[in-house]
Design a protein around this ligand. Sequence first.
Ligand code: B12
Ligand code: SF4
Ligand code: SF4
Length: 407
Amino acid sequence: MDYFFRSSPFGFNLMWYTSHPIIYGYSLTIMSIDYTALTQQIKLWGKELGFQDVGICDVDLQKHEAQLQRWLDAGYHGEMDWMARHGMMRARPAELLPNTVRVISVRMNYLPPEAGFAQTLKQPLKAYISRYSLGRDYHKLIRNRLKQLGQRIEKEVGQFGYRPFVDSAPILERPLAEKAGLGWTGKHSLILNSDSGSWFFLGELLIDLPLPVDTPQENQCGKCVACITSCPTGAIVEEGIVDARRCISYLTIEFDGVIPEELREKIGNRIYGCDDCQLVCPFSRNGEITQETDYHCRDNLYQQDLTTLFLWDEATFLKNTEGSAIRRIGHIQWLRNIAIAMGNAPYNVDILEVLNSRLALNEILDIHIQWAIKKQHNKYAKNAIDVLPSNTKRLVRIVEKGLPRDA
Ligand code: B12
Ligand code: SF4
Ligand code: SF4
C-alpha cells in the first residue's frame, strides 16, 4: 500500500493515498478524504479567490534541470546571483518544503483597462512602464490569496503542510504552470494559453496532499516566431530561451549598473520593463482585462512626460511609488532609466535643462546623463525630428491593428 508520513504539531500523522483515512496521533481524529472531490473544491475556491485558473502537478522537474544549468552556465542570468546560488533547489520543490508531493499552480490576469500600449510607445516624450507594474505590487496580493486558499483547504481536511510562492522565491514557476495545464511555454519563454494570451502572473501553493494531477496543454506556437523577431534587443536567443542580460526588463529593473551603450538606443522610452514580445503574440488578442482594481494604472505613472518623472525628488519618488513594485529599484536607478529615454527622445530644451540639473548626484547616473545630453545635442545638430525607430513604428502598427481595445 502507498503511504507517506507527515509530522504535525499534534504529533505523528500517517496518511494513505486517495480516499484513505488520516489518523492524527494524539487527537485520534479519523477522516477520509476524497481527493478527486477535494480537487474540484480547490479549483472552485481558487476561482472565488480571484484566480482565473488553478491546476495541479507533481514535483518532478528533473527534465528541466539540465536546461536550467545550461542557462546558468551561459551566464544568461547576468547579475541575478541568487539564481545561481539556489542551484537545482529551484527545480526541486520538495527541497524547499519537505514532504511536498504536489503543487497547486494558479494564474491571475493583470491586463489593465485602457492599457494604451501603442499610444505610449509612439510618443517618445512620454514614459512607457510595462503594464504589469502600473498598479499595486502583485507579490503580496497573490501570496495572501494563496494563503487563504491553503487555510480554506485546512478547514476541510485538517492540518496539512503548505506554503505559498510568488515570483521572488526560488522556484521554477513556468515549468510548474506548464505541467499543471495552465498553458504552454511560448517561444518568448512565458506561459500563455489560447483563452488569455500571457497577460497573467503565476503563483504556487506547495502541498503535501496527493491530489490527482492535471494534463499539460499542447504547444500552439507552430511556425510563428513573431516574439523572437520583434524583440528590440535580440534577447530571445533561442526558442524559449531569454538572455536576461539583453532583456529590457532585466536592464531596467534587475540591473543597477551601467547599461551597455549599444543597448541604450534600443530601450527607447521603456523606463520600467518591456511588453514587446507579448504585444506581437497573436494570442495576446484574447487578453482578458483583470478583475483586480489594484492592477489598474495609477494616474501618476501612466503616460507621464519624461521630464515630469525625472523631476521627482527621492521623497516624491518614494511617495508616488508606495505599494508599487517600481519602488524597489530606488530613485537613482529610476533616474538612470529616464535619462536613457531622454537620450532617445527628440531634441527638447526642457529635457536638456532637467538632465543638466541632475548631474553630480551619482557616478553611474552621470554616465547615462552625459550620454543623453550628447544624444540630444546630436539631434539638434542634425535637426532630427522623427526619432522613432522603424521597429517601434512597426510594433505600433501591429498593436493598433491587432489589439485595438488595448492600443
Ligand atoms: C528571472 C526572471 C526574469 C528575468 C529572466 C527571464 C527569463 N526568461 O528567464 C527577466 C528579468 C529578464 C524577466 C523578465 C520578464 N518577466 Co520574469 N521572472 C523571472 C523569474 C523570477 C525566474 C525565471 C527563471 O527561472 N528563468 C530561468 C529560466 C532557465 O527558467 P524558465 O524560463 O522558467 O525555463 C524553464 C522552461 O522555460 C524550460 N525551457 C527552457 N528552454 C526551453 C525551450 C523550449 C522550447 C521549451 C518548450 C521549454 C524550455 O526549462 C527551463 C529551465 O528549467 C520568474 C518567476 C519564477 N520564480 O519562476 C519571473 C516570471 C517568469 N516573469 C514574469 C514576467 C511577467 C516577466 C515579464 C513579462 C515582465 C515585463 N513585462 O517586463 C518579462 C518577460 C521577458 C521574457 N520574455 O521572459 C512572470 C511570467 C508569467 C507568465 N505568464 O509566464 C513570472 C513567472 C513571474 C510571475 N510570478 O508571474 N523575468
Ligand atoms: S521583454 Fe522586451 S526585451 Fe525582454 S525578451 Fe521580451 S521583447 Fe525582448
Ligand atoms: S509570438 Fe508566436 S512564437 Fe511567440 S509565443 Fe506567441 S505564438 Fe508563440
